[in-house]
Design a protein around this ligand. Structure first.
Ligand code: UDX
Ligand code: UDX
Ligand code: ADP
Length: 471
């Protein structure tokens, strides 16, 4: 017998939970959606005009649904009790301690949620695992729930990994390439999968909804992110060869991508990938492979991540080397701090690592990013993870809200995020207020290099060498 889902609750109001459930509420006016979080601040922001995350289109969706069928609160118990279906979207960071330190996904928050659900549930519930690193999570949740059933209470656990990319979350949620629903191969499992399929049917065609086993679903999420990361590392590895032999990585990427078996996406050479998923998922895959006694597999994926670190460090070193082997006391303007354009997120941003590298060398850096908050940048660069000398480093950082102010008296402009606005700046005007010789390091390959070389910038980019500027 199919029960109709009327009440959905989501534990965790972060990137994944907040945006996916907002779209769910928007597309399913017949479903009451309650998003809860332990953080009072986060919930306060979700209920304000200033949402805790920036995503193009999200404000409009939330504005339309909030108070109608979309609610944000800290009342986790009530939300769980009332819900027919519970999404778990809490954070699963890389473990920073104990077994699997630096690699394994930390499932402590997922476990807390499972125990909470077991404690307050008073009827049948479908529990849907949506967190970013779901491998094994569904098995753990099932185990905890099964050990805590009460009369009249039953649980089905599904895996429904989320593939949204930041900056395009709403677009990805509204029109996903595919939706994965993983579940148990039993009648209970199958009917739970049907319930979740019914929800997605509100806006997603059947042929884009894939039902599969829980393990396949969880592994698909890791594999997808690992493949995407691997493409970026592959083209970045080629970029180093291009610089050494005088080829142009953009030409190579374009030509390689024309092979329909390869495809053109995710072949943009850069300072390296960032974001909360790629590194974490790669490391998680490495850890799983090691745990399963598959060291060759572990090494393969580990190397994708190693290339990423190599790429960042290489770019930082190139900046120092080009500036006559020293950046000490030199002011440099840094454009972009977020890990990619159209987001204010700085998690694992290559900009953090490259700025830290330059700060360690004693450079003074003027940072401008259209979306990242001043405090976020300061915290990132002065945290104990970033430096052992926060006071010294703090004095070297200046944060600007106007890029034209940021470049005054600097020796170089360093582009670290691919924000569109960087393409249309008046670089002639910028050059006129900079120290000479002036340098431009484009770590994202987004501006017109021939044009800035003509203006007189000593220009450097990834995967291509220019003849030294004599102007
Ligand atoms: C390859 C390139 O495809 C071609 O463009 C180039 O000019 C020469 O090298 P070829 O070696 O003839 O061509 O065959 P290909 O179809 O690419 O297969 C190579 C090997 O990979 C085969 O042993 C094939 O069985 C294997 N393969 C291919 C897989 O194991 N899995 C796949 O998904 C695809
Ligand atoms: C990624 C996956 O795309 C998404 O499906 C998954 O759910 C979460 O992880 P996200 O990290 O938000 O999403 O952004 P993505 O667009 O994948 O970019 C990741 C990083 O790779 C960024 O730092 C980006 O600048 C970099 N990148 C991407 C490149 O350097 N070159 C490329 O060609 C593509
Ligand atoms: P993601 O990018 O995976 O969405 P975030 O860190 O943005 O991750 O969001 C995860 C959210 O989950 C945070 O807002 C955090 O406060 C919340 N959270 C963590 N543990 C719990 C819990 N036990 N109950 C409710 N919310 C939780």
């Amino acid at each position: 017998i199919s029960m109709v889902i009327k009440n959905v609750c989501c534990i965790g109001a972060g990137y994944v939970g907040g945006s996916s459930c907002s779209v769910l509420a928007w597309k399913c006016p017949d479903i009451h959606v309650h998003v809860v979080d332990v953080s009072h601040d986060t919930i306060k922001q979700w209920n304000s005009h200033n949402l805790p995350i920036y995503e193009p289109g999200l404000d409009e969706v939330v504005k339309e649904c909030r108070g109608c069928n979309l609610f944000f609160s800290n009342d986790i118990d009530r939300a769980v009790r009332e819900a027919d279906m519970i999404f778990i979207s809490v954070n699963t960071p890389t473990k920073t301690y104990g077994i699997g330190k630096g690699k394994a996904a930390d499932l402590q928050y997922v476990e807390v949620c499972a125990r909470k659900i077991a404690e307050v549930a008073n009827g049948p519930k479908i529990v849907v695992e949506k967190s970013t690193v779901p491998i094994q999570a569904a098995q753990f949740i099932t185990h905890i729930l099964a050990a805590n059933t009460k009369p009249g209470v039953s649980f089905q656990v599904l895996s429904n990994p989320e593939f949204l990319a930041e900056g395009t979350a709403i677009e990805n949620l509204v029109n996903p390439d595919r939706v994965l629903i993983g579940g148990e191969e039993s009648s209970g499992g199958e009917s739970a999968m049907e319930e979740l399929t019914w929800i997605y049917h509100h806006w997603i065609p059947q042929h884009n909804i894939i039902t599969l086993s829980t393990w396949s679903s969880q592994l698909t999420k890791l594999a997808s992110n690992a493949f995407l990361a691997q493409r970026v590392s592959s083209i970045n590895a080629i970029s180093a060869v291009c610089e050494a032999i005088g080829a142009d990585v953009s030409q190579v990427a374009d030509a390689v991508g024309r092979d329909s078996r390869i495809g053109s996406k995710f072949l943009h050479a850069s300072v390296g990938f960032g974001g909360s998923c790629f590194e974490k998922d790669l490391l998680s895959l490495v850890y799983i492979a090691e745990s399963l006694n598959l060291p060759e597999v572990a090494r393969y994926w580990q190397h994708v991540n190693d290339i990423n670190h190599y790429q960042r460090t290489r770019f930082g070193q190139r900046i120092t080397a080009s500036l006559f082997n020293t950046v000490t006391d030199k002011a440099l303007a840094v454009f972009g701090f977020a890990f990619k354009k159209n987001t204010g997120d700085t998690r694992e941003s290559p900009a953090r690592c490259i700025c830290s590298q330059l700060l360690e060398e004693g450079a003074r850096i003027n940072i401008y990013d259209p979306k990242v908050e001043r405090q976020q940048i300061m915290n990132d660069l002065t945290s104990t993870k970033a430096t052992s000398e926060p006071e010294r480093i703090q004095k070297l950082i200046h944060i600007y809200t106007d890029p034209y102010q940021a470049v005054i008296d600097t020796h170089a402009i360093v582009i670290l995020t691919e924000w569109d606005e960087f393409k249309s700046y008046d670089y002639k005007k910028m050059l006129s207020v900079m120290k000479k010789p002036a340098f431009l390091f484009d770590g994202r390959k987004i501006i017109d290099h021939e044009a800035v070389i003509k203006l007189g910038f000593n220009t450097h980019t990834i995967g291509k060498k220019f003849t030294p500027n004599t102007l």
